[in-house]
Design a protein around this ligand. Structure first.
Ligand code: NAD
Length: 302
């Protein structure tokens, strides 16, 4: 008798994000009815980075579809730091603007930290301001970066209570790894943060009931690193070299999907896993910001 290969459940981030966006749309409509204005997100794009143009376009489209006003500010790559800071100051004061997002990376010569620091923390829907990182760290209400919050939503939807589970987060960036570890800790998981200097990474990962991979290395996490039945969240988005049938290059995650499928209990695919959650959570954060600015309780269930 041959051995049965367990096939992991596919965590469908695209479907979850669609549901979330529909709930946000309904809550945004109720907000507009109650306050006679739509929640508003200002997106600032400096320069002509091709990927950033696509992201900014997608964010504006998602806003409009959810009944959130989108204010796009496209500035030339030659924009000075003073001009950019003046715009951010203006958006900070604008009562129609609940959330401000400055698309990164900025062109060379513009200091990203200085620009993030200039955003009103209560409009910082990306959650990148040090005030919001601090609030997350001490358990105060603020804004949490969209990608890790989206990962937490998928995990809680799939597993329910995370109490006492062993989680390994691979990657320690300020926008994914660190806030992810904090969120998992707050959800009562026992968290290990692994990174480029971690010794015996496969062994460390093998202990985990939950693996979150946020590295940026295609297929780095192999099937035999994964504890049978573990839940795997693959944040990585890596474009492989173009081939004849994929002239733009195939998108893959940080986890070797084919191998992981045979071992894990559940896994997010790339694309269609974590990626769609990021924009949905951005809309959610904007909606929450609008409620706070209007002195209303944030809607339930989003
Ligand atoms: P980053 O480059 O800022 O951080 C990468 C982290 O990986 C670092 O902390 C580093 O210590 C760790 N690392 C590097 N090499 C390693 C190794 N060999 N072993 C273990 N750890 C190692 O990247 P980031 O901004 O956190 O993004 C990580 C990945 O997630 C990228 O592929 C990025 O494209 C993707 N990403 C996806 C979304 C999304 O919406 N799905 C959002 C943000 C980032």
């Amino acid at each position: 008798m041959g051995e049965t290969v367990t096939t992991a459940a596919r965590i469908d981030g695209k479907a979850f994000a669609e549901g979330l966006r529909a709930r946000i749309g309904a809550a945004a409509a109720a907000f507009t009815q109650a306050t006679a204005r739509r929640p508003g997100l200002a997106v600032v794009l400096v320069g002509d980075d091709a990927a950033s143009q696509v992201y900014v376009g997608a964010k504006a489209k998602a806003c409009e579809a959810a009944g959130i006003a989108s204010f796009e500010h496209r500035l030339p790559a030659t924009t000075s730091a003073a001009e950019l800071l003046t715009l951010v100051e203006r958006l900070n004061r604008d009562p129609e603007v609940d959330g401000i997002l400055v698309q990164l990376p900025l062109p060379q010569g513009l200091d990203e930290q200085a620009v993030i620091a200039a955003i009103d923390p209560d409009k910082d829907v990306d959650g990148f301001h040090v005030i919001n990182a601090g609030r997350l760290s001490v358990g105060q209400e603020g804004f949490v970066p969209c990608t890790p919050l989206g990962c937490l939503m998928l995990l809680q939807d799939h597993l329910g209570d995370l109490s006492g589970l062993d989680a390994v987060v691979i990657g320690r960036s300020n926008i994914v790894g660190k806030p992810m570890a904090q969120l998992l800790t707050d959800a009562n998981a026992t968290v290990t943060i692994a990174h480029s200097r971690t010794k015996n990474l496969p062994e460390v990962v093998r202990r985990a009931d939950i693996v979150v991979a946020a590295v940026g290395r295609p297929g780095m996490v192999r099937g035999d690193w994964i504890k049978p039945g573990a839940t795997v969240i693959d944040v990585g988005i890596n474009r492989l070299a173009p081939t004849e049938d994929k002239p733009k290059g195939r998108l893959v995650g940080d986890v070797h999907y084919g191998e992981a499928l045979a071992v894990a209990g559940a896994i997010t695919p790339v694309p269609g896993g974590v990626g769609p959650m990021t924009i949905a959570v951005l809309l959610r954060n904007t909606l929450v910001a609008a409620h706070r600015h209007a002195g209303l309780d944030a809607p339930e269930g989003i």
